[in-house]
Design a protein around this ligand. Structure first.
Ligand code: ADP
Length: 318
């Protein structure tokens, strides 16, 4: 391979820029020509890319978001659209692509592999919902944001003798919620893996109050409840004054933590090395602090690891 393109796709996550920087710099060191693709698969299809210069990536490693932008581009599921993207790559003589994104982005990459482009995927998502890797790029930054926010919410909740429901991101994967609950000592936790009924949440809140807690923090994953309605219900049934806070998009942004920058940097450099060694159609993972690759389609179809141990520890700690 001589020329490699880099894109970020799907939900942005802090650390994506650190990965782009690592890929570009490693490519230059290895004598390759890196290209930056703007707006993910949308830009790939429209030929919205340019040759990278060292100066493009010099100062981006500490920034949140993705400086090469992302896009949702469902049209990429159509083979005619992907053919157009491949033509654009061929016109420029690009033979390989690094995709930084989540599950959906991985599927897009694997489809391109079938059509003759060498690809490698990096897990860029705050949700930590890629089963083959212990951690995804952005997870720890989002977790820190959540923990800081809950610490602040705890102070006002304690001051006012209240309960607060905090809704966090992570639709199908409760890692953000579970880890945040362990880190903050939240008294109630509900995620897609262990969803409580509204009645169970009410009972647990009452129990927490009986145990002498002035403030009660209830962490729930997104899409499980109407949290404002639930707050009213808890208040009506328990007499505990209850508020709801949806943390929302601040969870996605912010400067990547050192941990995410390092993970992104290591994965980025490793991805370029693996492409040079001839690997294609694979995703990069970190497993027990070792970098590995695994077939992308296998990654996408893997079941997420069982969370029983984390839940057990949370139950002991809270
Ligand atoms: P994420 O990568 O974070 O899971 P999405 O699921 O939105 O986010 O996927 C990002 C992009 O990947 C989509 O907008 C689309 O361009 C591409 N993509 C997703 N699924 C497929 C698919 N089945 N075939 C081809 N491309 C896909």
């Amino acid at each position: 391979i001589k020329k490699i393109a880099i894109l970020t796709s799907g939900g942005d996550s802090p650390g994506m820029n650190s990965a782009v920087r690592a890929i570009v710099n490693t490519a230059f060191k290895k004598g390759l020509e890196p290209y930056l693709v703007y707006e993910g698969y949308l830009g790939l299809t429209n030929g919205n890319f340019k040759k990278a210069e060292k100066s493009d990536v010099k100062l981006i490693g500490s920034l949140g978001g993705t400086v090469i932008y992302s896009a949702r581009f469902p049209e990429f599921k159509k083979v005619e659209v992907r053919k157009k993207a491949i033509e654009k790559l061929k016109e420029e003589g690009i033979d390989a692509l690094v995709t930084i994104g989540g599950d959906g982005s991985y599927i897009g990459a694997s489809k391109l592999t079938e059509m003759g482009i060498k690809t490698i995927g990096l897990p860029g998502t705050i949700d930590n919902d890629i089963a083959s890797t212990d951690y995804t790029i952005g997870f720890h930054t989002a977790l820190d944001t959540i923990v800081r926010s809950i610490d602040q919410i705890r102070e006002t909740t304690e001051s006012h003798n209240r309960a607060t429901i905090v809704e966090v991101m992570g639709r199908f994967c409760g890692d953000l919620a579970i880890h945040a609950a362990i880190a903050t000592g939240a008294q109630v936790l509900s995620t897609s893996e262990r969803k409580l009924t509204e009645e169970e949440i009410i009972k647990e809140s009452q129990k927490a109050r009986k145990e002498g807690n002035r403030s009660i923090i209830i962490i729930v994953s997104e899409y499980l409840y109407d949290v404002n309605a639930l707050a009213k219900k808890i208040e009506a049934e328990t007499n505990i004054e209850t508020r709801a806070t949806i943390l929302g998009y601040p969870q996605r942004g912010g400067r990547p933590t050192a941990e995410d920058r390092i993970l992104a940097g290591r994965m980025g450099a490793f991805a370029v090395e693996k492409l040079i060694e001839g690997e294609t159609g694979v995703a990069v993972n970190i497993v027990n602090n070792k970098l590995t690759t695994k077939d992308i389609m296998e990654v996408v179809s893997m079941n997420r690891p069982n969370k029983d141990e984390l839940f057990k520890q949370y139950d002991l700690i809270k």
